[in-house]
Write a protein that binds this ligand. Structure first.
Ligand SMILES: Cc1ncc(COP(=O)(O)O)c(C=O)c1O
Length: 394
């Protein structure tokens, strides 16, 4: 990490202890790390028609080959629209580099630090895109979600910014710190058991009682378009990227990132990083259909959901490889983030680094070096990697 980047990391970490307004001000004061968009967000009515509209990604190329024209949940236009809509409510996050980590990985790595995002994760991008797409009438009754983690906090925060209520159904075994985040942003909590059935029946009951609109954590076109704005930023910050490594759970993040990145640069490789104890996406890709696991067990609490019908087509057609890693590798990567990058990253965010340092990645790399790529990847944090030609800036 350069001296400048080290200062950034310290300042960003420091700013986390302040209110969002102060944090935003600090981010603005630092040039090249954040962009402010003066344009007001366009309004888009959140009607069933446009919500369920299937956007077609025409002419998308994959490694020089035409990908069959298929319908995906978002496209570059909806992602660009999302960027304008959410600009007033999110941070443009920094990309960090570290000479030490480059040397450990023998690659050039770029870390897109969504851990510095408002609410602590990229989720505010999708949540604010969905919530600020609602008409005033639709928004009046508030929004609802069922989630135990970052999306729940993001929905509570975006609803607070919009001035509407947020109802959040959370399983009783959710991590305490994440529940506190929801409370801090004013979300009204309803407890469920940890089973999907309990969560769904309580969500339905709350929806009937309140009339609130459900904002799904990943299986929602507006959520996916919002997450895709990461790629727009990233490819402006590091245009030479050629591979992106993305943590995968329900697949909203990787869908948005992939659809935007491949539309801008069709030759970009997308690798998913998944914990072994919740490797449904890897199993789904192998089976050619969505696989639901009877149970999941991993330290990466944000990565235990299964793919949805809007995210599966993107994973099936456009995600190049899924790298599965053990919890021990995730813990090691978290430690490296803390000790070397000097930032605290949750397990679901550190998995990108774990994947790049794993033996499975080395195998993927062996197959790819022949095609002379420049690699990139994402830890919530997204990370980018160069082969050969290491040009280091510190
Ligand atoms: C920190 C973190 N990273 C990655 C993900 C995966 O996102 P998605 O469910 O869109 O695949 C999540 C989901 O909750 C998360 O909290």
């Amino acid at each position: 990490m350069t001296h400048n980047e080290a200062s950034w990391a310290k300042l960003d970490a420091f700013s986390l202890t302040f209110s969002d307004d102060v944090t935003k001000l600090l981010m603005r004061l630092l040039p090249n790390r954040t962009t402010t968009h003066a344009k007001p967000p366009p309004t888009l009515d959140f009607t069933p028609e446009n919500h369920d509209r299937c956007l077609s990604l025409r002419g998308l190329m994959d490694n020089g080959k035409q990908v069959k024209n298929d319908n995906y949940a978002a496209d570059i236009a909806s992602i660009r629209e999302a960027r304008v809509r959410i600009a007033p409510y999110i941070h443009e996050t920094p990309v960090l580099t570290s000479k030490s980590l480059d040397s450990i990985a023998s690659k050039r790595l770029y870390f897109k630090c969504e851990c510095f995002q408002k609410g602590g994760a990229f989720k505010i991008r999708g949540a604010s895109n969905a919530i600020f797409s609602l008409s005033d009438d639709q928004a009046a009754k508030g929004v609802l979600t069922h989630n135990s983690g970052n999306h729940a906090a993001a929905v509570a925060l975006a609803a607070k910014l919009r001035g509407i209520p947020a109802y959040v159904v959370i399983p009783k075994n959710a991590p305490k710190c994440k529940v506190e985040n929801v409370r801090r942003y004013g979300g009204q909590i309803f407890w469920s058991e940890s089973t999907i059935q309990s969560r769904e029946s309580i969500t339905e009951k709350v929806q009937q009682e309140t009339g609130a609109i459900l904002v799904h954590p990943f299986n929602n076109r507006f959520t996916i378009s919002g997450q895709g704005t990461i790629s727009l930023e990233l490819l402006e910050q590091v245009p030479e990227i050629d591979t992106i490594v993305v943590p995968i759970s329900g697949g909203g993040l990787i869908s948005g990132v992939t659809l935007a990145a491949k539309a801008i640069n069709p030759s970009i490789q997308i690798l998913a990083a998944e914990p072994r104890g919740a490797d449904d996406a890897a199993q789904s890709k192998a089976a050619g259909q969505i696989v639901i696991l009877p149970e999941t067990k991993t330290i990466a609490d944000g990565l235990r959901a299964f793919l949805g019908d809007l995210t599966w087509p993107v994973v099936r057609d456009l995600v190049d490889e899924i790298i599965v890693v053990d919890d021990a590798e995730i813990i090691k990567a978290m430690r490296m983030c803390y000790e070397i990058l000097k930032i605290a990253v949750e397990p679901s965010g550190a998995i990108g680094l774990a994947a790049v340092l794993s033996t499975s990645f080395a195998k993927v790399l062996l197959q790819k070096t022949a095609t002379k790529l420049v690699l990139f990847f994402l830890v919530e944090m997204l990370i980018s990697v160069y082969f050969g030609n290491l040009f280091l800036n510190d």
